[in-house]
Design a protein around this ligand. Structure first.
Ligand code: AMP
Length: 576
């Protein structure tokens, strides 16, 4: 594409004149400073040519024939869902959780929930029952939208113990609705396809996304309707979406990327988004890009690494010339992946960085800018990033190039999270003065490009998913044989990291293969395959601090043969 037709032809110039007020003006708004994410995604397009355009090109799991859903049809389905909520007495502000595979009515449910002024929380369908139950207990949804299969497998056993849930709506009911559930399709069929989308205050909550921390339970990051300013702006100027583009974000809406860039940004920008129901399959993916003529592709390093491993023959057997802009997020993108993209697909991958708390892309490589392989790029217009070191009293910004520090962002971009649900202090502690502390370590080169160095905590990134070690340890500790458990991430060529657990047994238990299998089985059943450990090692005892905390850092250093660092707080009995 010619630089002139790129939405952001000159980064420096654009940054110099950019303001969030200007980005606001690119939205339709609902008068008096009010807005609604769903209005920007759908209603604003009605009465324009976009209404008849395909919003979702759905690729069913078992078929190669796509099903197209227009903006108008999606708007009507979302309106039906909003009316169902209203008819069930669900009030604006209440929470609706979604646990579903990628099927069109999941998207209608998200947008219908927002139309009605409720808060939507997506859950990853590969979670086991435990992470789902935990997130339900914290967020207390009034409604759970799910499928019959997922309901029977992951929810039915415990849902009676969660009084907040007044309605379980099955969006793909197969047989008779199990007791305690309702058939969403029938309710939607009976509801009106007209709904006056509620005009929300920009600060009204819209989305609650869970993210994993080092200790304790998952944290619920709250996002408000104003976040759409960011989504729209980054969709346009960072991912370079042009109206009518065929766009494919491979992330599941169970994660923040799959919502911000798998639902909101593409719809506000009037593109056609591919929604593939199936899981990763290299041949299928290349075929989708070829047959659907995908122009903008947003994917993740784990997937790219799998594609690379399978070799260049497969992509060369497909016509991928429709690809105009390719981006990647979620974990560090190896320089080789950028170079491979250029060589084999004809375009580089543009790495970008953000996290659940930031709600949208914060640092990125741009279509009009030279990609430095291995770098996350530069802050988006309107966002001030810096590197900081901690001091006795707070933080001090690093000004010299190439120094490593914690990545910090100046408060105030529209999609910034507005709180951790029920955890005011944790939220407060994420800021020092005007700066939000990301928990990631990075460095900046002399030209202003940011380079990811690592995380400043024990959280594990596996296949792009954050996993809190504590969640995994807690499940292992439920087994009667387990006295102590310590969980770390170990490097993996494809997934970035995989989960490894160290377990010390109670007296009288035998550390053998049978027990290892039993523990693996327990973890997979409770946590789901995305979160469960891939390896479990037995130890006599685990290294602990004098205050009793398991030193995951030390477990990791020993496992990987790294320097052990400061062990002054190590309890003496904890040596390996
Ligand atoms: P999540 O909140 O699940 O989206 O995870 C956010 C975390 O993923 C960040 O804090 C980083 O540790 C990591 N991450 C996201 N994007 C990148 C990237 N481009 N390069 C390196 N790490 C990344």
């Amino acid at each position: 594409m010619q630089a002139s037709s790129v939405n952001l032809p000159d980064y420096e110039q654009f940054c110099a004149s950019f303001s969030w007020a200007q980005a606001w003006r690119e939205l339709a708004g609902m008068g008096d400073g009010r807005l609604n994410i769903a209005f920007e995604a759908l209603d604003r397009h009605m009465g324009t040519e976009v209404a008849e355009r395909t919003a979702i090109r759905f690729m069913p799991r078992d078929s190669q024939t796509p099903v197209d859903i227009s903006y108008r049809a999606l708007n009507e389905r979302a309106a039906r869902f909003a009316n169902v909520l209203q008819d069930l007495g669900v009030r604006p502000g209440e929470r609706v959780y979604g646990l579903s595979h990628r099927i069109p009515d999941l998207y209608a449910a998200v947008l219908g929930t927002l139309k009605h002024g409720c808060v939507f929380t997506p859950l990853f369908p590969a979670f086991g029952p435990e992470p789902i139950r935990q997130r339900v207990e914290i967020g207390e949804p009034a409604v759970l939208v799910t499928s019959e299969r997922l309901y029977r497998k992951k929810v039915a056993d415990w849902v009676a113990d969660t009084p907040s849930i007044r309605h379980v709506l099955l969006i793909d009911q197969l047989d008779e609705a199990p007791p305690g559930t309702e058939d969403a399709a029938s309710l939607m069929a009976a509801a009106s396809d007209q709904y006056a989308t509620r005009a929300m205050d920009p600060e009204d909550p819209a989305l609650l996304h869970f993210t994993s921390g080092t200790t304790g339970k998952p944290k619920g990051a709250l996002h408000v309707h104003e976040a759409v300013v960011n989504h729209h702006m980054t969709g346009r100027y960072v991912l370079d979406m042009h109206p009518g583009d065929i766009y494919w974000c491979t992330a599941d809406p169970g994660w923040v990327t799959g919502t911000s860039y798998g639902i909101i940004a593409p719809l506000t920008n009037g593109v056609t988004m591919v929604v593939d129901e199936a899981e990763f399959d290299a041949e299928r993916w290349y075929r989708i890009i070829q047959d659907q003529k995908v122009a903008v592709w947003y994917t993740a390093p784990t997937a790219i690494r799998m594609l690379i491993k399978l070799g260049p023959e497969l992509p060369r057997a497909h016509d991928l010339s429709s690809l105009r802009f390719m981006a990647s997020v979620g974990e560090p993108l190896n320089p080789e992946a950028v170079i491979w993209g250029r060589k084999v697909l004809g375009k580089p991958f543009h790495d970008n960085w953000w996290q659940t708390e930031t709600g949208g892309i914060m640092i990125s490589n741009y279509a009009s800018m030279e990609v430095r392989p291995g770098s996350m790029g530069k802050p988006i217009p309107g966002v001030e990033a810096a590197l900081a070191r901690k001091t006795e009293t707070g933080i001090e910004l690093i000004t010299e190039p190439d120094e490593t520090g914690e990545l910090v962002l100046k408060k105030g971009w529209p999609s910034m999270f507005r709180g951790y649900l029920h955890q005011k202090e944790k939220y407060r502690n994420s800021f020092v003065g005007d700066w939000y502390l990301t928990g990631d370590l990075a460095r900046r080169d002399a030209d202003g490009y940011y380079w990811f160095v690592g995380r400043d905590d024990d959280v594990i990134k596996s296949s792009g998913h954050l996993i809190g070690p504590f969640e995994v340890e807690s499940v292992l500790l439920e087994h009667p044989a387990v006295a102590e458990a310590g969980v770390i991430g170990v490097p993996d060529e494809i997934a970035g990291e995989t989960v490894k657990a160290f377990v010390a047994l109670k007296p009288g238990y035998q550390a053998d293969e049978r027990l290892r299998k039993e523990l693996m089985g327990l973890a997979r059943k409770r946590l789901g395959p995305a979160v469960a450990p891939r390896q479990i090692d037995f130890r006599e005892e685990l290294p602990r601090t004098r205050s009793g905390k398991i030193m995951r850092r030390l477990l990791r250093a020993r496992e990987l043969g790294l320097p052990e660092g400061d062990t002054s707080t190590l309890e003496s009995g904890g040596a390996q």
